[in-house]
Design a protein around this ligand. Sequence first.
Ligand code: 5GP
Length: 236
Amino acid sequence: MVMEKISEGKTKEVFLLDKDHVLLRFKDYVTAGDGAKADIIDGKGVLNAQTSALLFRLLEREGIETHYVGMKDERTMIAKRLNMIPVEVVLRNYATGSIVKRLPIKEGEIFDPPIVEFFLKDDARHDPLLNYHHMRYLKLMNEEEARYIEGIVQRVNAVLTKVVERLNLVLYDFKLEFGRLGNKLLVGDEITLDAMRVREPQTQRILDKDLYRRGYPLEHVKSAYEEFLGRLRNVV
Ligand code: 5GP
């Protein structure tokens, strides 16, 4: 059966399954710098699909609504068809990445309470930061929806922080994307090491896509993703 591909991003293809569902097929691509750097890591798509599935199931068990329905095969997720909002919602527990470049904040500073930021999904503009006014003007979401999403992201943080701690790791930050289904806002996209920073507390060892961003060998990146998934399977 040939299915209609409705969109394709840097790391996933989206196929229409039926009027209410899509298939998300995780590719083996790894990219950084808004697509400026790209490589293939054999099997990465499977690792990310599996990681996402475990974390989405965990969120659902905790009462957080997501698009996750099930798995079609080891790299293909069945998901509710959402009307995706082209905004990346980032929550930061510890300072690293773009925030230490943009603001007078030092690497490793602790954010208590965590900082939530919104960015427009726009590679050509390098995903600019958005505030409530921008999002309302661009018809992305109104302030009430933005505040609701901030609440969901904080609940997701509580769940992810706890599970990552049980892996003896620290959750630095993560990115979520949301979509509309009727009048509901659901967590969509993926929850993987491509969009989440985790480190070992004592050694500061990195286990996420920062390894790729920093130029580590592809095998090293893959083994970190495998190690994370292996540890996750033991606790969820
Ligand atoms: P930063 O703004 O520091 O680059 O990223 C903050 C967090 O959001 C990190 O966990 C990072 O992996 C994630 N993130 C930011 N932008 C993107 C993006 O375009 N794609 C993905 N997959 N993750 C992103």
